[in-house]
Ligand binder design. Structure first.
Ligand code: LIP
Length: 266
């Protein structure tokens, strides 16, 4: 991570986000190990929330509100308290991969991002199952457990695996078309249920691309910043009203970005 001069205010927020992602992840992991006692509710078709989501988000929200009372907060479970334009907004998914969490599949993470205007300034994603902490500050690089992150050196869609996400928020047609085009091009895909983790894997060079037709800002914001700071390409997710309405997300290693955009075109 190079040492671009960063404002003390953002530096304090970066270190708070990293420590909080780890603390929140440890709380979530304790509840994951005790999930047989977990109350799980349905928010809609294939959209679940558990007492763990709510408890972890409360921990994050209370800590951030106490440290940075003028900042805004947008959480998957507690909604939005947006600040005035002069202050940044914390964008938080307490457990990204909730379906995996409640099913006992260890593929989920805590995602914390700080958004100012249309820029993701910093973020931290912690996967307690693998004990991996991804972090970045805009203009200062991205790290995994403190070591620099770089995207894959792929130059063709056959050079690795891409991630796909989907949900009942969209119809299947476009996602199925992307999967078909990718397979026909000699590529391969996976879906693990956590968009934040799969996009973080693009930043880590484990996946060569990611696409989801609609994803929420709390799922994707931190991971999008990671990809950009790791040398990757993403669409302008926050354009329009991406922060509050979500958007499509595309992310790719630079050597396959043009091919990935073509595969994922509507
Ligand atoms: C999930 C996202 C995933 C998407 C799922 C769900 P959650 O977030 O990470 O990419 O396909 O529908 O939105 O609900 O587990 O926090």
């Amino acid at each position: 991570m190079d040492s671009r001069p960063i404002s003390p205010a953002l530096d304090a927020r970066f270190h708070a986000a990293v420590a909080l992602a780890r603390d929140a992840g440890h709380l979530a992991h304790r509840m994951f190990r005790d999930r047989d006692r977990l109350v799980v509710e349905s928010k809609g078709l294939q959209d679940r929330v558990s007492a763990a989501d709510r408890a972890v988000e409360a921990l994050i929200r209370d800590r951030l509100t106490g440290l940075f009372p003028d900042d805004g907060f947008l959480g998957e479970e507690s909604g939005a308290r947006l600040s005035d334009a002069a202050h940044p907004v914390w964008v938080v998914d307490p457990i990204d991969g909730t379906d995996c969490f409640v099913a006992g599949i260890p593929v989920w993470c805590v995602s914390i991002a700080l958004v100012r205007g249309t820029q993701v300034e910093l973020g931290a994603i912690y996967d307690p199952n693998a004990d991996e902490l991804f972090a970045f500050r805009r203009g200062a690089g991205a790290t995994l457990d403190g070591r620099p992150l770089r995207v894959a050196p792929a130059t063709a869609l056959t050079d690795g695996v891409a991630g796909l996400g989907t949900s009942q928020r969209v119809t299947p047609e476009r996602t199925l078309a992307v999967a078909r085009r990718l397979l026909e091009a000699g590529g391969m895909f996976q879906r693990n249920g956590s968009g934040a983790l799969m996009i973080a894997y693009v930043a880590a060079g484990r996946l060569i691309g990611y696409f989801e037709e609609h994803i929420n800002a709390w799922d994707a914001a931190a991971a999008i910043g990671l990809v950009r700071e790791a040398g990757g390409w993403t669409n302008d997710f926050l354009a329009g009203d991406g922060l509050t309405r979500g958007n499509e997300v595309l992310a790719a290693a630079p050597g396959v970005a043009a091919a990935w955009r073509a595969i994922c075109a509507a």
